[in-house]
Design a protein. Structure first.
Length: 76
Protein backbone atom coordinates (compact mmCIF):
# COMPACT_ATOMS: atom_id res chain seq x y z
CA UNK A 1 0.00 0.00 0.00
CA UNK A 2 1.19 3.56 -0.60
CA UNK A 3 0.42 7.04 0.64
CA UNK A 4 1.85 10.56 0.63
CA UNK A 5 3.45 12.38 3.54
CA UNK A 6 0.77 14.72 4.89
CA UNK A 7 2.59 16.10 7.94
CA UNK A 8 6.03 15.51 9.44
CA UNK A 9 7.60 16.86 12.63
CA UNK A 10 11.36 16.27 12.33
CA UNK A 11 12.24 16.71 16.04
CA UNK A 12 9.76 14.04 17.19
CA UNK A 13 9.77 11.92 14.00
CA UNK A 14 5.98 11.74 14.08
CA UNK A 15 3.60 12.70 11.32
CA UNK A 16 0.81 11.46 9.13
CA UNK A 17 0.27 9.89 5.73
CA UNK A 18 -2.55 10.72 3.32
CA UNK A 19 -3.92 7.61 1.63
CA UNK A 20 -5.18 7.73 -1.94
CA UNK A 21 -8.71 7.36 -0.52
CA UNK A 22 -8.34 10.69 1.32
CA UNK A 23 -7.98 9.16 4.79
CA UNK A 24 -5.16 10.44 7.00
CA UNK A 25 -3.27 7.95 9.17
CA UNK A 26 -0.85 9.18 11.85
CA UNK A 27 2.49 7.53 12.63
CA UNK A 28 4.65 7.74 15.73
CA UNK A 29 8.29 8.65 16.06
CA UNK A 30 9.13 4.98 16.70
CA UNK A 31 7.64 3.98 13.32
CA UNK A 32 9.73 6.64 11.59
CA UNK A 33 12.84 5.64 13.55
CA UNK A 34 12.37 2.02 12.45
CA UNK A 35 12.22 3.07 8.79
CA UNK A 36 15.92 3.88 8.54
CA UNK A 37 15.02 7.16 6.85
CA UNK A 38 16.48 10.46 8.02
CA UNK A 39 13.89 12.96 6.80
CA UNK A 40 10.56 13.14 4.98
CA UNK A 41 9.17 15.91 2.80
CA UNK A 42 5.52 16.80 2.39
CA UNK A 43 3.96 15.03 -0.58
CA UNK A 44 6.64 12.33 -0.71
CA UNK A 45 5.29 8.89 -1.69
CA UNK A 46 5.86 6.09 0.81
CA UNK A 47 5.13 2.40 0.98
CA UNK A 48 3.27 1.63 4.20
CA UNK A 49 1.88 -1.21 6.30
CA UNK A 50 -1.08 -0.78 8.62
CA UNK A 51 -2.61 -2.76 11.50
CA UNK A 52 -5.92 -3.72 9.93
CA UNK A 53 -8.31 -2.16 7.45
CA UNK A 54 -7.00 1.32 6.56
CA UNK A 55 -10.57 2.63 6.25
CA UNK A 56 -11.60 1.60 9.78
CA UNK A 57 -11.20 3.66 12.94
CA UNK A 58 -8.32 2.60 15.18
CA UNK A 59 -6.09 1.51 12.32
CA UNK A 60 -2.46 2.42 12.92
CA UNK A 61 0.43 2.82 10.52
CA UNK A 62 3.01 0.23 11.62
CA UNK A 63 5.76 0.52 9.01
CA UNK A 64 6.85 3.01 6.37
CA UNK A 65 9.63 2.88 3.81
CA UNK A 66 10.75 3.97 0.38
CA UNK A 67 11.37 1.12 -2.06
CA UNK A 68 15.09 0.78 -2.63
CA UNK A 69 16.14 2.63 0.55
CA UNK A 70 17.13 0.78 3.71
CA UNK A 71 18.19 -2.74 4.68
CA UNK A 72 16.68 -5.42 2.49
CA UNK A 73 15.08 -2.91 0.10
CA UNK A 74 16.36 -3.48 -3.41
CA UNK A 75 15.44 -1.29 -6.35
CA UNK A 76 13.45 -3.34 -8.83
Amino acid sequence: MQGSVHTFDAPSGSGSVLLDTGRVLPFSGSVFEGSGLRHLRLGQRLSIEVSGDPEQAGTELTRLWIVGIGPGETIR
